[in-house]
Design a protein around this ligand. Structure first.
Ligand SMILES: Cc1cc2nc3c(=O)[nH]c(=O)nc-3n(C[C@H](O)[C@H](O)[C@H](O)COP(=O)(O)O)c2cc1C
Length: 392
């Protein structure tokens, strides 16, 4: 039990002094036209910034083969780096800290998103099942095509793309990066035994399935320093068919390797970010397969205890559940997704325990730079004061 910890108590996340623990979760919003961050992104992230608050960007592509949604930003060209600088500056001007989430979707793509219309890359040749649909640039939905299994000798090249993207992120002024190893995308396609059917050094045993992720972590840590690197995983989430026969052992295997890496280099990565099973099928539906709240809290607690460092939880948290998780020590930080989309001043609303605006799902992935993006209301001063007074 950690004494007096609430969502609003300060937290020292490595070298960063956070003034509270309500984190903006990484969320793809499809407003970076042709892969380049626009002024609207600066406005969106700035709206969600608080002094000493922590933000994680939407998934940001490490290469031109990484996309699986329309108009997602990249961080592999100079133009993208320059454009990100404006976003980072706007966030820093508000006193907040921002990490860039590095992303490659792997097989969760389509010829329309690939250079030359080629097959997307993955750990396997098997496609995502027809149960899932891909959002295409014209707003329609299609089936996922069969990917091409990466040859082992091609993998160092992909690791290098992450390393360069991390260096680019620092060049753009980001305080650090998060490696997206969750939700059925490329790294998760290596981690999960329901997808990874390789017989080489990147498949089979847990050690082999963790290898790609750990090689990326190592490369990025060497490039920009452990204290600027977060890692996200979701061992128990089956989004995009990312099933594992033993999620607990997979979670432990990743954590054991992160702990060991930290021990070897004598410093910690910034945090481990784990998505709860409670939240599945984001963006596509409101429901997913999950266990009881009790089972899920137990699962997260087990991972939390195993990891030697800052632990961030995400997925289906309300204000109350977040307060409980922080007070009990089950999480140091809680990242909020959907509520933060529709409540730019979520931190203030949580502080006041004010009502939340409901998010509009149909504008999650549209391209309008304002509608459903930067036009969600703030509490005005009068209503904020009223909320506060009513609680005295
Ligand atoms: C519109 C949308 C886009 C998302 N995009 C990403 C993403 O790019 N990277 C990622 O790691 N998670 C992504 N997520 C998952 C969120 O980070 C978060 O874990 C999830 O929404 C659960 O938290 P919530 O219940 O507070 O919404 C996305 C979620 C939503 C709703």
């Amino acid at each position: 039990m950690a004494e007096g910890r609430t969502l609003f108590s300060p937290y020292k996340m490595g070298k960063f002094n956070l003034s509270h623990r309500v984190v903006l979760a990484p969320m793809t919003r499809c407003r970076a036209l042709n892969g380049v961050p626009q002024p609207a992104l600066a406005e969106y992230y700035s709206q969600r910034s608080t002094p000493g608050g922590f933000l994680i960007t939407e998934g940001t592509l490490v290469s031109d083969t990484g996309a699986g949604f329309p108009h997602v930003p990249g961080i592999y060209t100079d133009e993208q780096v320059e454009a990100w600088k404006k976003v980072v500056d706007a966030v820093h001007a508000k006193g907040a800290i921002i990490f860039c989430q590095l992303w490659h979707v792997g097989r969760a793509s389509h010829g329309v998103y690939q250079p030359g219309g080629e097959a997307p890359i993955s750990s396997t040749n098997n496609p995502i099942s027809k149960r899932w649909k891909i959002l295409l640039p014209d707003g329609s939905h299609g089936t996922y095509p069969p990917p091409r299994r990466l040859e082992a000798h091609e993998i160092p090249h992909i690791v290098e793309q992450y390393r360069r993207a991390a260096l680019n992120a620092i060049r753009a002024g980001f305080d650090g990066i998060e490696i997206h190893g969750a939700h059925g995308y490329l790294i998760d396609q290596f981690l999960k035994d329901g997808i990874n059917d390789r017989t080489d050094e990147y498949g089979g045993s847990l050690a082999n399935r963790c290898k790609f992720l750990i090689q990326i972590v190592q490369a990025v840590v060497e490039a920009i320093g452990a204290d600027r690197v977060g890692v996200r995983v979701s061992p128990a989430i089956d989004h995009l068919d990312a099933m594992d026969s033993d999620p607990v052992s997979l979670g432990f295997a990743v954590i054991e390797r992160l702990n060991k890496l930290q021990q070897n280099i004598g410093s910690k990565i910034t945090y481990l970010h784990v998505t709860q099973p409670r939240y599945a099928a984001y963006g596509q539906a409101e429901s997913g397969k999950h266990g009881s709240d009790q089972d899920e809290a137990e699962f997260m607690r087990t991972l939390r205890k195993a990891y030697h460092g800052t632990f961030m939880a995400s997925g289906g948290f309300t204000r109350e559940l977040g307060m409980e998780a922080v007070a009990s020590g089950d999480a140091d930080l809680v990242s909020y997704g959907r509520h933060f989309i529709s409540n730019p001043d979520l931190v203030l609303r949580f502080k006041l325990n004010a009502p939340l605006t409901k998010y509009v799902r149909k504008t999650f992935y549209t391209q309008d730079p304002v509608v459903g993006y930067t036009d969600y209301p703030f509490l005005n001063k009068a209503s904020a004061k009223e909320e506060l007074l009513s609680r005295l």
